[in-house]
Design a binder for this molecule. Structure first.
Ligand code: AMP
Length: 223
């Protein structure tokens, strides 16, 4: 299964990607996570990317493509992947298409996480993740409970907030999404790969919609 998750920041791509990983065993390939890892390790690429990330701008295609190419060439991605946050513009989509064509591994479906922009600000300012297991929470809508232990078995989540989840940067990230990422919707719709998913609601409910939508797109492609 080779899936791209498309949607504005805060639309739930990361949460649904984590569910897809559990269900299908394909790895989540998140360009944001790869970049944050490079920043944390203070690599040359990370230090260069940090400036754009802190401002809520896109990191250059060249840097992001280098990370994605390396990640997709690892053995665990050979039989499928869930791309989360990549591609973010038409140039990245074309580069991805070229790389996958050369590997004979085309994308099966592009999931558009549809959501009213007014909801996004609340979702993003409430977003936290566990510093130990990476599990995503929202302090307003889905805080940790006794039923959501860390993957290492503990109940206590040390919750952290991303530095770019502050109001000013969020506003810029939403503008960048509109200007640069939104055109991908038409691009993938024309290719017959797009499936629209209503991303408002309970995580499980959204996941059920997502699975139905992906199945219908892949069925149509097989015909
Ligand atoms: P995300 O975790 O997907 O919200 O990404 C966090 C930040 O990383 C974004 O605001 C961008 O600065 C950068 N970033 C993530 N993915 C990409 C991408 N595909 N192209 C350029 N910049 C990206």
């Amino acid at each position: 299964m080779r899936i791209v998750l498309l949607g504005a920041p805060g639309s739930g791509k990361g949460t649904q990607a984590q569910k897809l990983v559990k269900q299908y065993g394909a790895p989540q390939v998140s360009s944001g996570d790869l970049l944050r890892d490079a920043v944390a390790r203070r690599t040359e690429l990370g230090l260069e990317a940090k400036v754009a990330m802190d401002a809520g701008e896109l990191v250059s295609d060249e840097l992001v493509l280098a990370l994605i190419r390396e990640r997709l060439s690892r053995p665990d991605a050979l039989h499928g992947f869930i791309l989360d946050g990549f591609p973010r513009n038409i140039a990245q989509a074309k580069a991805l298409n070229g790389a996958l064509e050369r590997l004979g591994q085309p994308i099966d479906a592009v999931v558009l996480m549809n959501i009213d922009p007014a909801i996004l600000l609340k979702r993003l300012t409430g977003r936290r993740s566990c510093s130990r297991c990476g599990r995503l929470f929202n302090i307003h809508t889905s805080p940790p409970t006794a039923d959501t232990p860390c993957v290492d078995g503990g109940l206590e989540h040390a919750l952290v907030q991303r530095p770019d989840d502050n109001e000013d940067t969020i506003r810029n990230r939403l503008e960048v999404y509109d200007a640069q990422t939104r055109p991908l919707i038409d691009h993938y719709r024309k290719l017959g790969l797009l499936c629209d998913v209503d991303a408002v609601g309970d995580v499980e409910e959204v996941f059920a919609r997502l699975e139905r939508a992906v199945q219908s797109v892949t069925k149509q492609a097989r015909r």
